[in-house]
Design a binder for this molecule. Structure first.
Ligand code: HPA
Length: 234
Protein backbone atom coordinates (compact mmCIF):
# COMPACT_ATOMS: atom_id res chain seq x y z
CA UNK A 1 0.00 0.00 0.00
CA UNK A 2 1.06 3.60 -0.64
CA UNK A 3 -0.42 6.90 0.58
CA UNK A 4 -2.66 7.00 -2.51
CA UNK A 5 -3.22 3.38 -3.55
CA UNK A 6 -4.74 0.70 -1.30
CA UNK A 7 -4.40 -2.25 -3.72
CA UNK A 8 -2.37 -5.31 -2.77
CA UNK A 9 0.83 -5.57 -4.78
CA UNK A 10 -0.29 -8.77 -6.50
CA UNK A 11 -3.54 -7.09 -7.55
CA UNK A 12 -1.78 -4.66 -9.90
CA UNK A 13 -0.69 -5.98 -13.32
CA UNK A 14 2.67 -5.27 -14.96
CA UNK A 15 0.88 -3.13 -17.54
CA UNK A 16 -1.44 -0.31 -16.47
CA UNK A 17 -3.69 1.63 -18.83
CA UNK A 18 -4.44 5.10 -17.51
CA UNK A 19 -7.26 7.35 -18.66
CA UNK A 20 -7.44 10.72 -16.89
CA UNK A 21 -10.98 10.13 -15.68
CA UNK A 22 -11.48 7.31 -13.15
CA UNK A 23 -14.97 6.68 -14.59
CA UNK A 24 -13.28 5.88 -17.89
CA UNK A 25 -11.30 3.20 -16.05
CA UNK A 26 -14.62 1.79 -14.85
CA UNK A 27 -16.00 1.97 -18.40
CA UNK A 28 -12.98 0.09 -19.79
CA UNK A 29 -13.25 -2.62 -17.11
CA UNK A 30 -17.00 -3.08 -17.63
CA UNK A 31 -16.85 -3.11 -21.43
CA UNK A 32 -13.56 -4.83 -22.24
CA UNK A 33 -12.25 -6.91 -19.33
CA UNK A 34 -13.12 -10.39 -18.08
CA UNK A 35 -12.99 -11.33 -14.40
CA UNK A 36 -12.24 -7.78 -13.32
CA UNK A 37 -12.19 -6.53 -9.76
CA UNK A 38 -12.03 -3.09 -8.18
CA UNK A 39 -8.59 -2.75 -6.54
CA UNK A 40 -8.42 0.95 -5.58
CA UNK A 41 -10.94 3.52 -4.39
CA UNK A 42 -8.71 5.93 -2.47
CA UNK A 43 -9.79 9.50 -3.41
CA UNK A 44 -12.16 7.97 -5.94
CA UNK A 45 -9.22 7.13 -8.22
CA UNK A 46 -10.78 3.85 -9.34
CA UNK A 47 -8.50 1.03 -10.47
CA UNK A 48 -9.62 -2.32 -11.84
CA UNK A 49 -7.57 -5.39 -12.62
CA UNK A 50 -8.89 -7.97 -15.05
CA UNK A 51 -8.09 -9.99 -18.12
CA UNK A 52 -8.08 -8.90 -21.78
CA UNK A 53 -7.70 -11.69 -24.36
CA UNK A 54 -5.99 -13.83 -21.73
CA UNK A 55 -3.64 -11.11 -20.51
CA UNK A 56 -3.74 -9.54 -17.05
CA UNK A 57 -4.10 -5.76 -17.09
CA UNK A 58 -4.91 -2.93 -14.69
CA UNK A 59 -6.87 0.17 -15.70
CA UNK A 60 -6.66 3.15 -13.38
CA UNK A 61 -7.46 6.88 -13.52
CA UNK A 62 -4.52 9.28 -13.41
CA UNK A 63 -6.42 12.46 -12.58
CA UNK A 64 -5.71 15.69 -14.43
CA UNK A 65 -2.33 17.34 -14.84
CA UNK A 66 1.31 16.47 -14.22
CA UNK A 67 1.15 16.55 -10.39
CA UNK A 68 -1.63 13.96 -10.25
CA UNK A 69 -0.17 11.73 -12.98
CA UNK A 70 3.22 12.19 -11.29
CA UNK A 71 2.01 10.74 -7.98
CA UNK A 72 0.16 7.73 -9.40
CA UNK A 73 2.71 6.73 -12.01
CA UNK A 74 5.58 7.02 -9.48
CA UNK A 75 3.82 4.83 -6.94
CA UNK A 76 2.83 2.24 -9.56
CA UNK A 77 6.37 1.98 -10.96
CA UNK A 78 8.27 2.21 -7.67
CA UNK A 79 6.09 0.33 -5.18
CA UNK A 80 3.93 -1.94 -7.37
CA UNK A 81 6.70 -3.01 -9.79
CA UNK A 82 4.64 -1.89 -12.78
CA UNK A 83 6.70 -2.06 -16.01
CA UNK A 84 4.45 -0.38 -18.57
CA UNK A 85 2.02 2.51 -18.35
CA UNK A 86 -0.03 3.56 -21.36
CA UNK A 87 -1.94 6.81 -20.99
CA UNK A 88 -5.19 6.96 -22.97
CA UNK A 89 -6.53 10.49 -23.02
CA UNK A 90 -7.94 13.40 -24.93
CA UNK A 91 -6.13 16.34 -26.45
CA UNK A 92 -6.62 19.62 -28.25
CA UNK A 93 -4.95 20.21 -31.63
CA UNK A 94 -2.72 23.07 -32.78
CA UNK A 95 -2.98 22.39 -36.52
CA UNK A 96 -5.54 21.90 -39.28
CA UNK A 97 -3.55 18.89 -40.48
CA UNK A 98 -5.26 16.88 -37.75
CA UNK A 99 -8.99 16.65 -37.08
CA UNK A 100 -11.49 15.80 -34.36
CA UNK A 101 -11.47 12.11 -33.34
CA UNK A 102 -8.05 11.42 -34.88
CA UNK A 103 -6.04 8.99 -32.78
CA UNK A 104 -2.50 10.13 -31.98
CA UNK A 105 0.58 8.31 -30.69
CA UNK A 106 2.94 10.54 -28.72
CA UNK A 107 6.63 10.11 -29.61
CA UNK A 108 7.90 13.11 -27.74
CA UNK A 109 6.42 15.69 -25.39
CA UNK A 110 7.51 19.28 -24.81
CA UNK A 111 6.71 21.08 -21.58
CA UNK A 112 7.46 24.26 -19.69
CA UNK A 113 6.44 22.34 -16.55
CA UNK A 114 8.79 22.44 -13.53
CA UNK A 115 7.95 18.80 -12.72
CA UNK A 116 11.27 17.27 -13.77
CA UNK A 117 13.34 20.11 -12.37
CA UNK A 118 11.67 19.90 -8.98
CA UNK A 119 11.75 16.10 -9.02
CA UNK A 120 15.49 15.60 -9.59
CA UNK A 121 16.88 18.84 -11.03
CA UNK A 122 16.43 17.49 -14.54
CA UNK A 123 16.25 20.45 -16.90
CA UNK A 124 15.18 18.66 -20.10
CA UNK A 125 12.23 20.25 -21.86
CA UNK A 126 11.49 17.18 -23.99
CA UNK A 127 10.57 13.73 -22.70
CA UNK A 128 10.19 10.63 -24.84
CA UNK A 129 7.80 7.73 -24.91
CA UNK A 130 9.02 4.12 -25.02
CA UNK A 131 10.05 2.98 -28.50
CA UNK A 132 9.17 -0.60 -27.54
CA UNK A 133 5.65 0.26 -26.36
CA UNK A 134 5.08 2.53 -29.35
CA UNK A 135 6.01 -0.28 -31.70
CA UNK A 136 3.50 -2.60 -30.01
CA UNK A 137 0.86 0.12 -30.18
CA UNK A 138 1.47 0.67 -33.90
CA UNK A 139 1.25 -3.07 -34.54
CA UNK A 140 -1.95 -3.22 -32.52
CA UNK A 141 -3.56 -0.31 -34.42
CA UNK A 142 -2.61 -1.89 -37.75
CA UNK A 143 -4.12 -5.22 -36.71
CA UNK A 144 -7.37 -3.52 -35.74
CA UNK A 145 -7.42 -1.39 -38.90
CA UNK A 146 -7.26 1.97 -37.07
CA UNK A 147 -5.11 4.83 -38.27
CA UNK A 148 -2.72 6.29 -35.71
CA UNK A 149 -0.73 9.51 -36.22
CA UNK A 150 2.69 9.91 -34.59
CA UNK A 151 3.07 13.34 -32.98
CA UNK A 152 5.00 15.64 -30.69
CA UNK A 153 2.71 16.82 -27.89
CA UNK A 154 2.69 19.93 -25.76
CA UNK A 155 2.16 18.98 -22.14
CA UNK A 156 0.72 22.08 -20.52
CA UNK A 157 0.25 22.83 -16.81
CA UNK A 158 -2.44 25.40 -17.60
CA UNK A 159 -5.78 24.72 -19.27
CA UNK A 160 -7.26 28.23 -19.03
CA UNK A 161 -4.71 30.65 -20.49
CA UNK A 162 -5.03 34.43 -20.81
CA UNK A 163 -3.04 34.27 -24.05
CA UNK A 164 -2.55 31.01 -25.87
CA UNK A 165 0.63 31.00 -27.98
CA UNK A 166 -0.03 27.66 -29.58
CA UNK A 167 1.03 28.80 -33.07
CA UNK A 168 4.48 29.52 -31.63
CA UNK A 169 4.75 26.04 -30.09
CA UNK A 170 3.58 24.45 -33.31
CA UNK A 171 6.24 26.33 -35.29
CA UNK A 172 9.13 26.12 -32.84
CA UNK A 173 8.78 22.58 -31.46
CA UNK A 174 6.29 21.02 -33.93
CA UNK A 175 3.81 20.47 -31.08
CA UNK A 176 0.65 19.48 -32.92
CA UNK A 177 -1.49 18.71 -29.87
CA UNK A 178 -1.91 19.65 -26.22
CA UNK A 179 -2.70 17.62 -23.14
CA UNK A 180 -1.57 17.79 -19.52
CA UNK A 181 -0.06 14.51 -18.25
CA UNK A 182 2.62 13.03 -20.54
CA UNK A 183 5.58 15.03 -19.21
CA UNK A 184 5.38 13.69 -15.64
CA UNK A 185 4.59 10.20 -16.89
CA UNK A 186 7.53 10.04 -19.31
CA UNK A 187 9.87 11.63 -16.76
CA UNK A 188 8.98 9.04 -14.10
CA UNK A 189 9.47 6.21 -16.59
CA UNK A 190 12.90 7.59 -17.52
CA UNK A 191 13.83 8.08 -13.84
CA UNK A 192 12.83 4.57 -12.78
CA UNK A 193 13.90 2.66 -15.91
CA UNK A 194 10.34 1.77 -16.96
CA UNK A 195 8.21 2.12 -20.11
CA UNK A 196 5.56 4.74 -20.81
CA UNK A 197 3.54 5.75 -23.80
CA UNK A 198 0.44 7.79 -24.62
CA UNK A 199 -2.41 7.41 -27.07
CA UNK A 200 -4.63 10.46 -27.46
CA UNK A 201 -7.94 11.10 -29.18
CA UNK A 202 -8.54 14.63 -30.47
CA UNK A 203 -11.41 16.21 -28.52
CA UNK A 204 -11.07 19.84 -29.61
CA UNK A 205 -9.25 22.18 -31.96
CA UNK A 206 -7.51 25.33 -30.79
CA UNK A 207 -7.44 26.43 -34.46
CA UNK A 208 -11.05 26.00 -35.54
CA UNK A 209 -12.54 26.00 -31.99
CA UNK A 210 -14.54 22.86 -32.83
CA UNK A 211 -15.18 20.54 -29.89
CA UNK A 212 -16.71 17.12 -29.36
CA UNK A 213 -19.59 16.40 -27.01
CA UNK A 214 -19.08 14.10 -24.04
CA UNK A 215 -21.41 11.50 -25.64
CA UNK A 216 -19.39 11.51 -28.87
CA UNK A 217 -16.17 11.25 -26.91
CA UNK A 218 -17.42 8.17 -25.09
CA UNK A 219 -18.15 6.42 -28.39
CA UNK A 220 -14.92 7.29 -30.18
CA UNK A 221 -12.66 6.75 -27.19
CA UNK A 222 -13.26 3.04 -27.51
CA UNK A 223 -10.94 2.78 -30.57
CA UNK A 224 -8.05 4.14 -28.52
CA UNK A 225 -8.84 1.82 -25.61
CA UNK A 226 -8.93 -1.20 -27.92
CA UNK A 227 -5.59 -0.19 -29.45
CA UNK A 228 -4.02 0.10 -25.97
CA UNK A 229 -5.46 -3.19 -24.67
CA UNK A 230 -4.61 -5.10 -27.84
CA UNK A 231 -0.99 -3.82 -27.71
CA UNK A 232 -0.15 -5.68 -24.48
CA UNK A 233 2.67 -8.21 -24.97
CA UNK A 234 2.84 -7.56 -28.75
N1 HPA B 1 -5.68 21.82 -23.41
C1 HPA B 1 -5.13 20.96 -22.55
N2 HPA B 1 -5.51 19.71 -22.42
C2 HPA B 1 -6.49 19.28 -23.22
C3 HPA B 1 -7.10 20.12 -24.15
C4 HPA B 1 -6.67 21.45 -24.25
O1 HPA B 1 -7.17 22.25 -25.05
N3 HPA B 1 -8.06 19.40 -24.78
C5 HPA B 1 -8.02 18.15 -24.24
N4 HPA B 1 -7.08 18.08 -23.31
Amino acid sequence: MTPHIEAKKEDIAKTVIMPGDPFRAKFIAENFLDDYKLVNQVRGMLAYTGVYKGKKVTVMGSGMGNPSMGIYSYELYKFYDVENIIRVGSCGIYTKKLKLYDVLLVEKTYSESTYANVQNENSEIFKFSSKKLNKSIETSAKELGYKINKVTAHCSDVFYKERNKFQFLYQKYKCSCVEMETFALFHNAQLLGKNASAILTVSDSLVTKEATTSKERERTFTNMMEIALNSINK
